[in-house]
Design a protein around this ligand. Structure first.
Ligand code: IMO
Ligand code: MG
Length: 420
């Protein structure tokens, strides 16, 4: 068996949670491969809304194993809170989750460093979710980190203290007030809870599952434009959000990857700082935010909004080797008379069709306009019923990207989905 990957092609918040939940029925194993509680994956069904941060979006499906891979960073407190909420809903979390021993732990002091670093950056701050993501990955690559498997060691408390001391030394460089003991008791309690889970050698688990014929879906977090290597550095997250991250974050060979499902919204959003060429600062932007409920699932921050950016989308498709596209939130555009798509940029007076290296360059989008369909799409369940103007928009995107749009989402609910 091969592994399929589903990931975001923009700046995150594309609707990965909904799609993984929709696809989950076909996969006995769902695995998160990078990121951590900076993610907020929303699922809607039976008139309820649930936001997942660390746990894969297959958790509500019976007979689905949800793997938290080595590439993920885990905040035990947030993980426990998520599990408590799920348990209250009757979800048997311990039966449905297994965690790689090689996943790294977010310490309370990682979050403090995140906050201190952002405060010190002032105006040029990243707009981090302040979940400690950057500092935890720094300790991972700096070879100082604590991993899930370490919590089983007798000297874990000492290792924790040692890393905490390092963090306190690091924090001396910042003019930042903090309480080094804050949340420590809750963290230790959450570690005890974590110990009661199935802690596995994730790479063996995944490869054994593949060998025994189980289909696996790897669930990305964030989006390609937030990738540590290919995103708008430094305004990015600290992991590889692109397809290669699924290999390193789970321990699977590239040759094991089959379909790559790339998710994008019919427009664009970004939360946090950094370039966003098609951003709208006018009433239209406000309308997109309102109609699309564009407020962060993790931080509650208002998201920046703008038109679809084909230059960035094609770049992400290239980086990921996307085989199938999934278009989300098409219904948000239902009432617009005109819908715009950026097909190129003007940079330093020159027209280009690539994403420029310079994050700070002035980029002016060049648009192609489409007539809006001005039809309510939310109750449409069959492809044949889709209005002509909407089909023209879809066909244009397929022609430009060279990739079929396999799934069209017309609302937040599981049922508001057309699979082509
Ligand atoms: P999901 O999985 C949208 C953004 C933050 C910030 C930058 C770095 O829900 O799509 P970090 O906390 O990672 O150090 O923040 O990345 N960011 C996200 N934006 N969706 C996410 O996740 C994000 N995770 C991080 O806003 O600009
Ligand atoms: Mg989100």
């Amino acid at each position: 068996m091969k592994l399929d990957v589903v990931l975001g092609l923009q700046w995150g918040d594309e609707g990965k949670g909904k799609i993984v939940d929709v696809l989950a029925g076909r996969y006995p194993v769902i695995a998160r491969f990078q990121g951590g509680p900076n993610a907020g994956h929303s699922l809607h069904f039976d008139n309820t809304n649930f936001v997942l941060h660390t746990i894969p979006s297959g958790i509500f499906r019976e007979n689905t194993m949800n793997v938290i891979g080595n590439g993920v960073v885990i905040d035990p407190i947030i993980f426990k809170e998520e599990c408590d909420k799920l348990t209250a809903l009757g979800v048997p979390v311990k039966e449905r989750i297994c965690i790689s021993q090689k996943a790294h732990l977010i310490l309370p002091t990682h979050k403090i460093i995140d906050a201190a670093s952002e405060a010190a950056k002032g105006k040029s701050k990243i707009g981090s979710t302040l979940k400690g993501i950057g500092p935890t990955y720094m300790d991972k690559t700096g070879r100082n980190g604590l991993r899930v498997g370490d919590i089983l060691a007798a000297d874990f408390p000492t290792r924790f203290q040692n890393l905490k001391e390092k963090h306190i030394a690091l924090l001396k460089q910042y003019d930042f007030e903090y309480d080094a003991q804050a949340n420590e008791a809750a963290w230790m309690e959450a570690i005890d809870y974590l110990r009661t889970f199935n802690l596995v050698d994730g790479e063996y688990y995944i490869n054994d599952a593949l060998r025994s014929g189980k289909a696996i879906l790897a669930e990305g977090a964030q989006g390609s434009m937030l990738d540590i290597d290919f995103g708008s550095y430094p305004f990015v997250t600290s992991s590889n959000t692109t397809c290669s991250g699924a290999c390193s974050g789970l321990g699977v060979a590239p040759s094991s990857v089959k379909n790559v499902y790339g998710i994008f919204k019919a427009y664009c959003t970004r939360v946090g700082s950094g370039p966003f060429p098609t951003e709208l600062f006018d009433e239209t932007g406000e309308r997109l935010r309102k109609l699309g409920h564009e407020f962060g699932a993790t931080t509650g921050r208002a998201r920046r909004t703008g038109w679809l950016d084909l230059v960035a989308l094609k770049y992400a498709i290239m980086l990921n080797g996307v085989t199938d596209l999934i278009m989300m939130k098409s219904d948000v555009l239902d009432s617009f008379e005109t819908i715009r798509v950026a097909t190129a940029y003007r940079v330093n007076g020159e027209i280009v069709d690539h994403v420029p290296f310079d994050t700070y360059a002035e980029v002016e989008p060049i648009y192609k306009d489409f007539r809006g369909w001005q039809t309510d799409l939310t109750n449409i369940r069959h492809e044949e019923e889709l209005p002509t103007a909407f089909r023209e928009y879809v066909e244009f995107l397929e022609k430009e990207t060279g990739v079929p749009i396999r799934i069209i989402s017309l609302g937040p609910d599981r049922d508001q989905t057309i699979i082509r």
